[in-house]
Design a protein around this ligand. Sequence first.
Ligand code: FE2
Length: 258
Amino acid sequence: MQQIRSYPVPHGSVGLWWLGQNGFIFKTPEGTLVSTDLYLTNSCAELYSGIGISLDRQVPVLIPPEDLEVDVFCCTHNHVDHTDPVTIRHLRHKDTMQFVGPHPSCGVFAAEGVESGRIIPAWPDCEHEFREVRLHGTFALPTDDTDLNHMGFVLAFHKGPRVYITGDTDYSDLLASAAKHKPDVVITCINGGFNNLSHWEAAQLVGKIQPKAAIPCHYDMFADNGVDPAQFRASLTLQAPDVRYTQMTHGEPLLLSF
Ligand SMILES: [Fe+2]
């Protein structure tokens, strides 16, 4: 958290850190911090220990929930690796954060002690503004019937890049409707497991949206729900050759500027 706080972000850029799975923290030049889907515990392994697949986290917890300080805490849907009740329960600074997500995620925020005035419901095509950040909700197709309220986000940073984060989603032609926000970057799930976009489908979507860069995610956290991102790089080469493949390293900053 200290590294993120002290990292300088030049005007026209946004700083980005990956904490694993769909968990990212964005930092604006003005210092506003926005997170998506931070999964900072081993909740999935504990909750689903009897189902016979390995859900032990493979990425270390880089920021314990107690230390997390962001201005806006966003969730794309209500699966535990995206809206984790234990992560939210242990946020020591939740009295200073805004919490954004579809209604089932809002229910978790409330159940974990977030006061109602800090909870902001989101849905596909909604628009919210937080200081110099505009958030657009985007369409996502649920991957199973345990949560029928998936969505993604386009985060538009004032005078900086626009970033589309797909969230978990099955493939649908409607995903390309995020193109109307003209994202510079697409951050996409690629794992293919449990009805999520495969690396091939993710590259197909990127080809339709035509951002400048594409970043894969959601392949790294669980041994039994991963894929080699090199396969996404290859699919991108075939389906979106003009889009720059960008590989992130957990915990290391990436400066996005276009
Ligand atoms: Fe997920």
